[in-house]
Design a protein around this ligand. Structure first.
Ligand SMILES: CC(C)(COP(=O)(O)OP(=O)(O)OC[C@H]1O[C@@H](n2cnc3c(N)ncnc32)[C@H](O)[C@@H]1OP(=O)(O)O)[C@@H](O)C(=O)NCCC(=O)NCCS
Length: 398
């Protein structure tokens, strides 16, 4: 079946949500997910973001929704624009008719028209994999057991872990702004997250770590008693979903918060670029397993992305070599089709499709071999600049 074959002839869209269609959207996402969706995803479901809520209408119902939020982001000093996709829903009775696929592609096209370079998708089902979205990143996951000698060695009695309130937003934002790989957030993102307290789909608490009078780090953690999809009798789990600032203070907060919540273990995701937190956890004897970043990622505008990342590439392979690189896509930004070419003088390499491109650029959790064809010396040179850093959603999850 193609995406178009079985679509109803009466449908209207994909297109932006109309001003009078909020109740119809509320009904759709309430039925498919839960009635609190508008409350839980305020970045998405707000009037200013209405053009980014892509819908298909069939008669008096909205049958499909795909929402995106676009934000600037910095990847080790290079400025890119990232779209995050979420709340993807088709009404039960309308599924399997290509509406979801059509709306996802419309969201890619719309993100491209807004200048996005990348799309982060909070899911990994076939709907996304078919169009080149892939799990990427070589992050780490540490499972830290409460009371273990390694957890105890993280403690720093001189540091105070205290709840953060909306009055602390400036402090939180200031600490966040020093992170080398991050979404560049408007203040409103903090305000909304602290107001609804839902971060990465789960009720969360915000904590600051203080050294005397100065706040030097923060953690946002899922409330161990409110984790979704866990049996009531499962061990209590502490899950930090965003950290910022001094990593010794972040690490020290883990045993303190395990105590506070009476949790049995902490599940700590450490992004690949966070060498400091990883080495602190390694140093006390914690072990890890490799983990991809959350969800899946697809490139929207390959030449545009690589232009923005050229300083990063130049730092690795030298400016002279980096300035000779040409990046080409077979198709327009947003398209799911076509391959990609990188040229350097008369040498070139090919990346056959979006799936391979995501994995080549951002590091696949599995093998990287066989993702590119062509000039092996050019491929080897570029591999010195890869992988590019991957973002962690934190409060930008939709
Ligand atoms: C996911 C969802 C939005 C799909 O909507 P839909 O309108 O049925 O989507 P489509 O008809 O385009 O595609 C349905 C399936 O057929 C597949 N498909 C579509 N066209 C295809 C093709 N030409 N060849 C092969 N497979 C195809 C899609 O990949 C998709 O697979 P998946 O359901 O395993 O992901 C819908 O099932 C839903 O609302 N589910 C509940 C909410 C949810 O899980 N949302 C996603 C959160 S990550």
């Amino acid at each position: 079946m193609t995406a178009d074959t079985h679509r109803s002839v009466t449908h209207d869209g994909p297109r932006a949500l109309a001003p009078d269609e909020w109740p119809l959207l509320d009904r759709l996402v309430s039925e498919v997910f839960r009635p609190e969706m508008f409350h839980d995803y305020p970045q998405l479901f707000t009037e200013a973001n209405r053009p980014n809520l892509r819908v298909i209408r069939d008669g008096d119902r909205l049958v499909t929704h795909v929402g995106i939020v676009t934000r600037p982001a910095t990847l080790l000093g290079c400025a890119v624009t990232v779209a995050a996709m979420g709340a993807v829903a088709t009404a039960q009775e309308a599924r399997g008719r290509g509406f979801g696929s059509a709306c996802v592609q419309d969201a890619f096209d719309h993100a491209a028209s807004r200048g996005a370079h990348l799309m982060y998708i909070s899911g990994g089902r076939d709907l996304y994999l078919r169009v080149g979205c892939r799990p990427v990143g070589n992050d780490r996951r540490y499972d830290i057991v409460a009371g273990s000698s390694s957890a105890e060695r993280l403690r720093r009695p001189n540091l105070l872990v205290a709840p953060a309130s909306p009055d602390d937003i400036e402090t939180l934002s200031t600490i966040h702004s020093t992170e080398p790989v991050r979404f560049v957030r408007p203040r409103e993102d903090w305000v909304r997250a602290m107001d609804c307290t839902i971060v990465m789909n789960t009720p969360s608490d915000f904590w600051l770590v203080r050294d005397r009078d100065e706040s030097i780090a923060y953690l946002v953690v899922h409330r161990p008693d409110r984790l979704r999809n866990r049996p009531a009798d499962a061990p209590r789990l502490l899950r930090p979903v965003e950290v910022g600032g001094d990593r010794e203070a972040v690490a020290a907060a883990i045993p303190a918060l395990l105590d506070h919540y009476g949790a049995q273990a902490a599940e700590v995701h450490v992004v690949a670029t966070d060498r400091r937190l990883a080495s602190l956890l390694d140093a006390v004897g914690e072990t890890y397993r490799s983990e991809a970043t959350s969800g899946t990622v697809r490139v929207i505008d390959f030449p545009g992305l690589m232009e923005r990342m050229r300083p990063f590439i130049g730092a690795r392979i030298g400016e002279a070599e980096a300035s000779m690189l040409h990046f080409e896509a077979d198709e327009r930004p947003g398209s799911a089709r076509g391959g990609f070419t990188v040229r350097h003088g008369s040498a070139s390499i090919r990346i056959a499709s979006h799936g391979e491109l995501s994995q080549w650029l951002f590091g696949a959790p599995l093998t990287l071999s066989g993702l590119v064809t062509g000039d092996s010396r050019l491929a080897a040179m570029l591999s010195r600049a890869l992988p590019l850093p991957t973002l962690w959603y934190g409060i930008n999850y939709v």
